[in-house]
Structures are given as structure tokens and as C-alpha cells.
Design a protein around this ligand. Structure first.
Ligand SMILES: [Zn+2]
Length: 154
């Protein structure tokens, strides 16, 4: 994409954000989209899929903007599907992570391990769960921080 198109697409998303209430804008992950578009653009010279997604997003957000006051459930569904596809491509092909990706993953691992361990060691489910969660947060935050430092965050 040439810089003007990237800029126009970014402006469209900001315009959509401006027209929606904050809760909806957050739910649609519009800020993340602005970052994703920069990523897609930077990879699109060597990655056909990034190129394809850039074009898809241009059309998608043009539609969203022109219908911003009458978006339907179906539109949100399509939007979420689009988000999942783009995020998963960036994660799997370009090794990027989303914000708090490791944190979420390790909290659930910590919980899962903490429960049986808590029962086994302290005869206390809640204590085990809490410990698991704390360890999960510590590891997850470290890995998230590392990804951010390396510029691997979407
Ligand atoms: Zn790509």
C-alpha cells in the first residue's frame, strides 16, 4: 500500500471511533487495528497475505464508516471474524503477539496447575489457585514485557 492509502485507512478508523461510543470502539479493538495496519503494511511487500488483508481492511472499514450509524449484529460478527483472521496471521506468520497475550495464557496455566497442587500440598483449593495465578501473572508479564521490548507487539 502506498503511504496515502495507509493514512486514509487510519483516518477512516479514527472517524469510525469518533462516531461510536467508547465501549463499542473498545469492543471493536479499533486502536489495535490502527497498529495492525502499520504491521500489515510493513510486511506487505514480501507477504501476499498481508497484502490481501490490507485490501480487505480498506473495503471493510470503508463499509463500516458509511454505515457507522446503522451497524447491525451481522456487521459486528463480520468485523470480529476479520479481527481474528488478521490477528492470527500476524501471530503465526510474523511471530507478533497481542497485548497481554502471555499474561492471559499463563494465568490460565497457573490456575490449572495451582488447583490440584493447592489441594495436594495445602489441602486448600483457593490458596493453590491464587498461587498459580500469581506465578502466571509474573511469568506472563515478563514475557509480554519482553515481546514489547523486541517490538513484537501488534
Ligand atoms: Zn503476512
Amino acid at each position: 500500500m502506498n503511504p496515502e492509502r495507509v493514512e486514509e485507512l487510519t483516518q477512516n478508523i479514527k472517524e469510525i471511533k469518533h462516531n461510536l461510543d467508547e465501549k463499542t470502539a473498545t469492543k471493536l479493538e479499533l486502536d489495535k487495528y490502527i497498529r495492525s495496519i502499520q504491521r500489515l503494511d510493513s510486511y506487505s511487500s514480501e507477504c501476499e497475505e498481508c497484502q490481501k488483508y490490507s485490501v480487505e481492511l480498506e473495503n471493510h472499514f470503508e463499509y463500516m464508516l458509511s454505515n457507522v450509524h446503522q451497524l447491525t449484529k451481522e456487521d459486528y460478527k463480520i468485523h470480529n471474524k476479520q479481527t481474528r483472521q488478521v490477528t492470527s496471521h500476524l501471530q503465526h506468520t510474523h511471530q507478533l503477539t497481542s497485548e497481554n497475550f502471555y499474561m492471559m495464557a499463563f494465568i490460565s496455566i497457573g490456575n490449572g496447575l495451582g488447583l490440584p497442587l493447592g489441594l495436594l500440598l495445602f489441602d486448600n483449593l483457593v490458596l493453590g489457585m491464587l498461587m498459580g495465578m500469581c506465578i502466571g501473572i509474573a511469568i506472563g508479564a515478563g514475557l509480554d514485557g519482553n515481546a514489547k521490548k523486541k517490538g513484537k507487539l501488534i
